[in-house]
Design a protein around this ligand. Structure first.
Ligand code: SF4
Ligand code: SF4
Length: 163
């Protein structure tokens, strides 16, 4: 893979969607799981989330009960007021933010509730857990807007080709 794999990554990711799908459908899960920790670290070294924030700008995490409790406590708000102010229920019955970008995203792309952010935010984009391979539809969607997901997929495919 060329060093500049991240140049024009959005365009390349769109063009290679079929290849990613075929790869995720056939690759042995254990092979991927062994490689993910190193590739996850490598991707986060290459990509600065603070210059991106595509996830926080366009998609909402789920706010599970422990998230709501922790964040409302942090904001010194009653849970009911916190929910009323910021959240709505989505089609899956989960609490998500009412508006995009996320109301907790600062203008400098820092998360203003970082230490207490929802578990989904902490885990995103799942490049160091089995969700990455177990939920290919989610991974394929994330590859369209998240350069870290794109990078990890490209590297996995490159390693696969080399055998
Ligand atoms: S979309 Fe991916 S690269 Fe961009 S901020 Fe989110 S996790 Fe980081
Ligand atoms: S809570 Fe923070 S990390 Fe999560 S989407 Fe909002 S700004 Fe991003």
């Amino acid at each position: 893979m060329a060093k500049d794999v991240l140049v024009n990554w959005e365009k390349k990711s769109g063009e290679r969607k079929k290849i990613y799908k075929q790869f995720l459908d056939r690759v042995p899960k254990n092979t991927v799981l062994k490689q993910l920790p190193d590739l996850h670290d490598e991707a986060f070294e290459k990509v600065d989330c603070l210059t991106c924030a595509n996830c926080c700008k366009n998609y909402s995490p789920r706010f599970k009960t422990p998230d709501v409790k922790r964040i409302s406590r942090h904001l010194r708000m009653k849970e009911s007021v916190f929910i009323e102010t910021y959240l709505k229920v989505d089609d899956d019955g989960d609490y998500v933010v009412k508006t995009a970008p996320c109301p907790f995203l600062g203008s400098d792309n820092y998360c203003t509730i970082y230490e207490d952010r929802p578990s989904d935010c902490h885990r995103f984009p799942y490049t160091d857990e089995d969700v990455f391979i177990k939920r290919p539809v989610l991974t394929l969607k994330n590859a369209t807007f998240c350069p870290i997901t794109y990078y990890v997929l490209e590297k996995l495919i490159e390693h696969d080709r080399k055998g």
